[in-house]
Design a protein around this ligand. Structure first.
Ligand code: 6PG
Length: 243
């Protein structure tokens, strides 16, 4: 489902309402709510909304389990760290039990970090194919999501739930969940804002399929729900349902 909002605050409230609803249902039915976080500025704004009333008072934090969809391969206290961003934006301000927060640890090699993170996922999910309750994703202007970047070998990964990638143009290593893991989620929510994303949003959602060039097109949950939350800028080339 594609929905368009007036501004980031309206979009944020809609995402927070969905998150709250899904969290309450999951905790009531299964005793926990497993969440995967994204990096980027738009997700950061949403985390800040979740950490404040009325959401902070209603979300069943004690049942929330936190993971990351991708991580820049940097120390946890580096300004580029997705973990650091999420901790500052909301994890430090809400009562999630610390042992339920599972960061991607970057203190060995990118390959080892990806392998270890897969082990963390496998050991904390009971099912054979781990099924996240809620996955947040951003969209890069080049069509990437998580750290599934165009024309990289991790896009071909079919056997593993995590992988790593070296990005020459950024001179940076990243660890990422793979598309098969993301596609097994119950709910996947893309959060995209700003005029600078309008063109790529249009290509990903309305253009011809080109999975190597537009990895975000790989994200089509097999049995789950897919939401695209867009603001006016990001959706201006689309004919979205206005909320
Ligand atoms: O670590 C990251 O950078 C990401 O996880 C990445 O996939 C991000 O979500 C998009 O690039 C959108 O980021 P913006 O919202 O800042 O444009």
């Amino acid at each position: 489902m594609i929905t368009m909002y007036e501004d980031v605050d309206a979009l944020g409230r809609a995402v927070a309402n969905l998150f709250l609803k899904k969290a309450c249902l999951a905790v009531a039915e299964r005793g926990k709510f497993t969440v995967s976080l994204a990096g980027g500025q738009t997700p950061q704004r949403i985390y800040e909304i979740l950490a404040k009333p009325p959401y902070s008072e209603q979300i069943p934090w004690e049942g929330i389990h936190i993971y990351w969809g991708d991580e820049r391969y940097v120390p946890a206290d580096d300004i580029r760290s997705n973990q650091l961003m999420a901790r500052k934006a909301f994890l430090d301000h809400v009562p999630i039990p610390p042992h339920q927060i599972h960061p991607i640890v970057c203190n060995t090699t990118p390959e080892q970090a990806a392998k270890k993170y897969e082990e963390v996922i496998v050991s904390t999910f009971l099912e054979e194919v781990p099924q996240f309750d809620f996955i947040f994703l951003g969209l890069g202007s080049d069509g990437h999501t998580a750290s599934l970047f165009p024309n990289t070998s991790v896009l071909q990964e079919k056997k593993h739930w995590t992988g790593h990638v070296y990005l020459t143009e950024l001179d940076s290593h990243r660890v990422t969940m793979t598309a098969p893991l993301i596609n097994n989620a119950r709910t996947v929510a893309f959060l995209v804002t700003g005029d600078s994303k309008a063109q790529i949003v249009c290509e990903v959602l309305k253009g011809p399929q080109d999975l190597l060039r537009l990895p975000s097109q790989m994200i089509v949950p097999e049995n789950g729900e897919l939401f695209w939350f867009l603001d006016q800028g990001a959706s201006k080339l689309l004919n979205a349902n206005k909320k």
